[in-house]
Ligand binder design. Structure first.
Ligand code: ATP
Length: 474
């Protein structure tokens, strides 16, 4: 719940983004089936995007990679899948009903609405400025669309709300969760007692969140419906255990993006200034990525102190203390949170993997996605689709591979074009069956990045591909 001004690309040591603008990725996404505008046949709905056949594979792989690193590989973290709808008191206690808002201004002539801190000329505004009714005049801000006069800022709550049950009144209001974290806090006792975890331990969750963003945009970077991957790590109270956990999680989370292929030069840390910290936070550092539109938050690591559990304990009247058998003390744990976005991470991996090069006088586009993230791991292609024995062998190999990985067969073009299509969607391996295969029982495995080709006997194909995928795994 950190509402902060987005960092601008003013770093003197700025690095170039992986791609110039978003058009290449947006059009590739549409053309190849990664991401489509939601409800497109009705003209779309702002800031909601649908994942197509390849996009859903990519995003599932991103979530799987996160779950592997945060739950499967760890003895001290367990998973949770809490409901999107929660008791409305949760959001009062957490502070969201009162203060999960952004400063909104409206143009007096064209009536467009903007987030004040995202207006041109508002980059340097302090938190105090953002709440000042005189800020528009003081900084000579005007509507970026038509130069019209802007209203003083008002706080706009970002939570979507609805009514539960048949009666629509104050008492039946429910909120669509704007973060997954609260589900972990209100389940702290259930999870601890059922899993018998001892502090320090964590609760990890992946799930949809909703925010009525004032100025969404930049494709899937800022949406109104999105998915988060958040982990809450419960530690002993007082400064040192939380500080220690914070210092451990920060580089570990950055290393996760690097392990899955993001160029380290395009990642950096940015610490929140004291006046920028959310009301609950003792310390917050963002992991930022150099997007084509500037350095922006990819993930936040937050030291939340005992704010969440203390507040929920007081408001619910439940005892949320932890009993430490070693010291025989009862206490409210402190929390260190790692808060990432599944869409933002998938978007980052896509951007950072984009390559254009010239090969034999022709442009080659490829996505150098980490094999664990690639939608398809392998494509099985016939050199001659007119030969039924070749096609049949292709299907046999593909079906065999499908037991373990996403594999696909394609014969709708000549081999050169088939390779280019697979390169463009990031398929790490192509297996080609040719006339010789029928004689020597061997096929060609082509590597996406080096474009090298290797002859492998048919009965070894599955083993070779699985070994290479395992070897690439972080
Ligand atoms: P921002 O400053 O970009 O609005 P935030 O600081 O409010 O983000 P958090 O509340 O810390 O973000 O959320 C954790 C993560 O969830 C973010 O780092 C981001 O990856 C993701 N996220 C947040 N809001 C959105 C959104 N509107 N669309 C897509 N992902 C989002």
């Amino acid at each position: 719940m950190t509402r902060t001004a987005d960092a601008q690309a003013s770093d003197p040591n700025d690095v170039a983004p992986a791609i110039e603008g978003l058009e290449t990725i947006v059009s590739l996404s549409k053309r190849r089936g990664f991401v489509f505008p939601s409800s497109e046949i009705y003209g779309g709905i702002n800031a909601v995007w649908d994942y197509g056949p390849l996009g859903v594979e990519l995003k599932n792989n991103v979530k799987r990679a996160w779950w592997r690193a945060m739950v499967q590989d760890r003895d001290d973290i367990v998973g949770l899948d809490a409901g999107i709808l929660m008791h409305p008191q949760v959001w009062v206690t957490s502070g969201h009903v009162g203060s999960f808002s952004d400063p909104l201004v409206e143009c007096g002539s064209c009536h467009r609405r903007y987030r004040l801190d995202e207006l041109p000329g508002a980059e340097e505004l302090s938190v105090g400025d953002l709440a000042d009714p005189g800020v528009i005049a003081r900084f000579h801000l005007v509507c970026p669309n038509d130069g019209g006069p802007l209203s003083p800022p008002r706080q706009f709550n970002l939570m979507f709300q609805s009514y539960m049950g048949p009666v629509q009144d104050e008492g039946s209001i429910v909120y669509f969760r704007p973060e997954t974290a609260q589900g972990s806090y209100v389940n702290f006792k259930n999870v601890r007692e059922s899993s018998r975890k001892k502090i320090p331990f964590g609760i990890a969750q992946i799930g949809k969140s909703f925010r009525n963003e004032i100025s969404p945009g930049n494709f899937v970077f800022r949406m109104r419906e999105f998915e988060q991957m958040e982990m809450q790590y419960f530690v002993a109270p007082g400064g040192p255990p939380a500080a220690e956990a914070f210092e451990a999680w920060l580089p570990r989370r950055r290393a996760w993006y690097e392990a899955y292929g993001v160029d380290p030069a395009r990642l950096r840390f940015r610490e929140h200034a004291p006046d920028e910290l959310a009301h609950y936070a003792k310390k917050a550092i963002d992991i930022e990525y150099r997007f084509p539109f500037g350095w922006k938050e990819l993930e936040g690591v937050h030291n939340r102190g005992d704010f969440d559990l203390s507040r929920h304990a007081a408001a619910s009247g439940q005892n949320l203390e932890y009993f430490d058998p070693a010291t025989e003390e009862h206490f409210i744990p402190w929390i260190v949170e790692t808060a990432a976005g599944a869409d933002r991470a998938a978007f980052t991996f896509l951007i950072d993997a984009y390559r254009e090069e010239e090969v034999k006088g022709e442009k080659r586009v490829s996505l150098a996605l980490h094999p664990d993230l690639a939608p398809y791991k392998v494509a099985v292609l016939p050199l001659l689709k007119k030969r039924p024995e070749i096609v049949e062998l292709c299907h046999r190999i593909k079906d065999d591979l499908k037991r373990d990985v996403m594999a696909v067969y394609d014969d709708t073009a000549a081999i050169g074009k088939l390779y280019r299509r697979q390169d463009e969607i990031g398929t790490p391996f192509c297996v080609t069956v040719d006339v010789d295969s029928l004689e020597d029982g061997a096929v060609t495995i082509r590597d996406r990045d080096s474009m090298t080709q290797e002859r492998v006997s048919v009965d070894q194909v599955r083993r070779v591909i699985l070994d290479r995928l395992a070897a690439a795994r972080p």
